[in-house]
Design a protein around this ligand. Structure first.
Ligand code: PLP
Length: 414
């Protein structure tokens, strides 16, 4: 049994680190906030399969999966073996390694838009590269974006810390609102739009959603490039991401999270005539081609292709989302899970709120916080997106649902 003393020690350790690390973590969404989630694990020390252990010794069935990249489960043996083998030969060299070409061949075969690929380390960085390529190729300045693309180059929409002139070069527009895109095109001038970029909104998506096709047609009409941020959707919805699932092919795309089972690598890829600019702009980084991540990516792809990972993520995701919605309905709890089962997301209030006839004085965010914390208290670790992984068995999901049922039953809404 974990004692209160160990939990206090863990928070003490985290708080000391926080004095030296602004915000408590380099990944904003990872930083625990004790006031909101008193039962959260402040520090994680180990992961195995679908479970993680905190520094106080508590175990959680985990659906955060490092915010997406851990698609095969923690500590996958086959991936670890590939990393160990490569580690004996060296991590990174002063010339390319043969692994780079080997991975490129696989990615070009698996990703519909990919005629050529380049590697970087993080998703946001690769999005920055894709946007720069689009501007170089079209010789136009403006990008119309939808969704989160990372912190770099203003791609997240955060303006603070950037020269105000940059604000003119990017518009952040709502999902599924073609009119807003048309209006932005009219305002900035079609001849100025280099690219339309889009990342999937996890709760507001369904098979055959028309928006990708609408954006494709708009980009073609104005001579702009269409860029997909497949950082979450790649190796999750399909190996080839949303473009494979919706069969609407972009000009460029970025992949990262699921590609190497947790090792840091990102890929920007697409049409060869556009990608050619990567060699001349240049886009270049010392750790592009770092071999442990590439070896991990090769092992990961092998597992995806031979062990039915995508089917597993859909099946366990369906079990999870169906079970959760049943729990919410049974407890008349005003939440829902929506979206595609491999990466579904929460919705607070909305249809279910009305369906169960609830009138709560609590805000949506405080209901969400109460839910997440009650799940932590019952040994389930959740995020804003629900990430099943390849290590979650049917029994693990059933166990998680039992715990969540108990958690929801314990919440008293105001
Ligand atoms: C859709 C999407 N795009 C871009 C990013 C940024 O990737 P990274 O944090 O690796 O820079 C994220 C990260 O959460 C993401 O979810």
């Amino acid at each position: 049994m974990t004692s209160d003393r160990r939990i206090e020690e863990m928070w003490g350790q985290y708080n000391r680190a926080k004095e030296l690390i602004p915000g408590g973590s380099g990944t904003m969404s990872k930083a625990p906030v004790r006031e909101k989630h008193p039962h959260a694990p402040a520090l994680i020390v180990r992961g195995e399969g679908c479970r993680v252990w905190d520094a106080a010794g508590r175990c959680f069935i985990d659906f955060r999966n490092a915010l997406g990249p851990v698609t095969l489960g923690y500590s996958n043996e086959q991936v670890k073996e590939a990393i160990r083998k490569q580690l004996d030969n060296g991590i990174v060299f002063g010339h390319p390694s043969p692994l780079e070409g080997e991975l490129a061949e696989k990615l070009v075969r698996l990703i519909p838009c990919a005629e050529q690929v380049r590697y970087l380390k993080t998703g946001g960085e690769a999005m920055g590269a894709a946007l720069r390529l689009a501007r170089a190729f079209t010789r136009r300045p403006v990008v119309l974006s939808c969704g989160y693309h990372g912190w770099i180059n203003n791609t997240s929409g955060g303006r603070v810390g950037n020269p105000p002139e940059m604000a003119k070069l990017g518009r952040f527009l709502p999902w599924n609102n073609l009119e807003a895109f048309e209006q932005a095109v009219a305002e900035v001038g079609a001849e100025n739009v280099a690219a339309i970029s889009v990342a999937m909104p996890y709760a507001d998506i369904y098979p055959n959603h028309p928006f990708y096709g609408q954006l494709r047609a708009l980009a073609d009409r104005i001579g702009a490039l269409l860029i997909y941020d497949e950082i979450v959707t790649g190796f999750r919805v399909r190996i080839g991401g949303a473009q494979e699932f919706f069969n609407v092919i972009p000009d460029l795309a970025v992949f990262s999270k699921g590609l190497a089972a947790g090792m840091p690598i990102s890929v920007f890829c697409g049409r060869a005539d556009v990608m050619a600019h990567a060699a001349t702009i240049p886009v270049s980084s010392t750790f592009s081609g770092e071999t442990l991540s590439i070896a991990a990516a090769l092992a990961t792809i092998d597992i995806y292709e031979n062990q039915g990972v995508i089917e597993h993520l859909w099946a366990r995701g369906e079990q999870l989302t169906k079970g959760l919605n049943e729990i919410f309905t049974r407890h008349a709890f005003p939440m829902q899970v929506k979206g595609l089962p491999p990466c579904a997301a929460w919705s607070v209030g909305g249809e279910n709120w009305n369906a169960v006839g609830q009138t709560h004085s609590q805000s949506a965010s405080s209901i969400m916080d109460a839910f997440i914390d009650a799940c932590y208290a019952n040994g389930v670790s959740l995020y804003t997106v629900l990430y099943p992984n390849f290590a979650h068995t049917e029994a693990d999901i059933a166990e998680a649902l039992e715990r969540i049922d108990k958690a929801v039953g314990s919440i008293k809404l105001g």
